[in-house]
Write a protein that binds this ligand. Structure first.
Ligand code: PEP
Ligand code: MN
Length: 359
């Protein structure tokens, strides 16, 4: 009998919880409306006198069993949470900026693979597509480690016009063929909006390189594409410029954008660029978009790939990008930074090891 009564009372508590939840969120919506209006008027949304008045009114109305002190403590917590929400919303002036702490963009691929869902993902493959055999050997290694995103780069924005520029469409054909064989997704750099229809036939994720980060015409065109976009940080772009570049794509209609930190130019010469890991932490805080760390172009060398991968994993980023080639010294681009396949396996071992400590 009393067991049934307990069950009945518990059911009542459950229902009251749900009502409280509804009321709390209803209150938050009203408060955030007030926040928007006070912002328009240019006044602060924190009003100490108003808060004191609300607490006094609650004290007067309180019939117990909670003491006035308990009621005040509970409501102060509610006020604090509303203030935090208002502050966050006031700060979020652009779409790619977070407007609540748990807001996140998750990129979903057709087979259910997700990027940005909290699971660390690896994007890998050679700097550029060179031959079928080179791609096949690399793809086999990627697939054996559960990597789903393969670089299938056929257009290479090189510093010198006399350097290898990529295989073009035949390179994309190789990448597609190999990706289909191993169940991988092709990520590939697009240079110009005119390539969208042709590249869409071969590529699963379109990639905007560092040199094109501020090509606003390309970014707007990618906003009208129904495929995820990877956007790299410009060679000397601030985080603000980087986020505005992403905003071009998102505000043009495509919400599926990932950000890649790829190192910035500094005075340091030991690495090709300087990996801005602080910037990664800021992006994760400020934006809801997935953030990937490019440990290849930021370093320009393969001998520090494992510590950089570990740093990337620990930083809170959503994944890393690393170049791997079956025979790096003869690679037609970025020969110094591409990993040998056994190094790639060692890197994956190291990350898997870290996963155990994070689990
Ligand atoms: C790349 O990742 O293929 C590349 C060319 O790097 P970035 O655009 O960062 O120089
Ligand atoms: Mn490269």
């Amino acid at each position: 009998m009393s067991r049934e009564r307990i069950q009945d009372l518990r059911a009542q508590v459950d229902e009251i919880n749900m009502q409280l939840l509804d009321l709390l969120n209803q209150r938050a919506r009203v408060v955030s409306e007030i926040g928007k209006l006070t912002q328009q008027l240019g006044t602060s949304f924190y009003d100490a006198q108003r808060e004191a008045e609300m607490l006094t009114a609650l004290e007067m109305a309180n019939k117990g069993p909670f003491s006035n002190e308990t009621i005040k403590a509970l409501f102060r917590e509610v006020f604090r949470a509303s203030m935090a929400l208002e502050e966050q919303q006031a700060k979020a002036k652009i779409r790619v900026q977070r407007s609540s702490p748990d807001q996140r963009t998750v990129i979903r691929m057709p087979d259910g693979t997700e990027l940005g869902n909290g699971k660390f993902q690896v994007i890998s493959g050679p700097c550029a597509v060179e031959t079928f055999e080179q791609m096949d050997e690399t793809a086999a290694a990627l697939a054996s480690r559960g990597v789903k995103f393969m670089r299938g780069m056929a257009y290479k924005p090189r510093t010198s016009p006399y350097d290898f520029q990529g295989l073009g469409e035949p390179g994309l054909q190789i990448a597609r063929q190999v990706a289909n064989k191993y169940g991988l997704y092709v990520v590939s750099e697009i240079m110009d909006a005119s390539q969208i229809p042709m590249m869409s036939d071969y590529v699963d994720v379109l990639w905007v390189g560092a040199r094109n980060m501020q090509n606003s015409f390309l970014l707007k065109a990618l906003g009208r594409v129904n495929k995820p976009i990877i956007l790299k940080r410009g060679l000397a772009a601030t985080l603000e410029e980087f986020m505005y570049a992403a905003e071009y794509i998102v505000s043009s209609g495509n919400p599926n954008v990932m950000l890649i930190e790829r190192g910035i130019r500094t005075f340091e010469k030991a690495t090709r660029n300087t990996l801005d890991i602080g910037g990664v932490a800021v992006l994760k805080l400020e934006s809801h978009l997935p953030v990937i760390v490019d440990i290849s172009h930021s370093a320009g060398r393969r001998d520090i790939a494992i510590p950089l991968a570990r740093v990337a994993r620990a930083s809170g980023a959503d994944g890393l990008m690393v170049e791997v080639h079956p025979n790096p010294p003869v690679a037609m681009s970025d020969a110094k930074q591409q990993l040998y396949i056994d190094q790639f396996h060692a890197l994956m071992d190291s990350i898997e090891d870290m996963e155990k400590t994070f689990a």
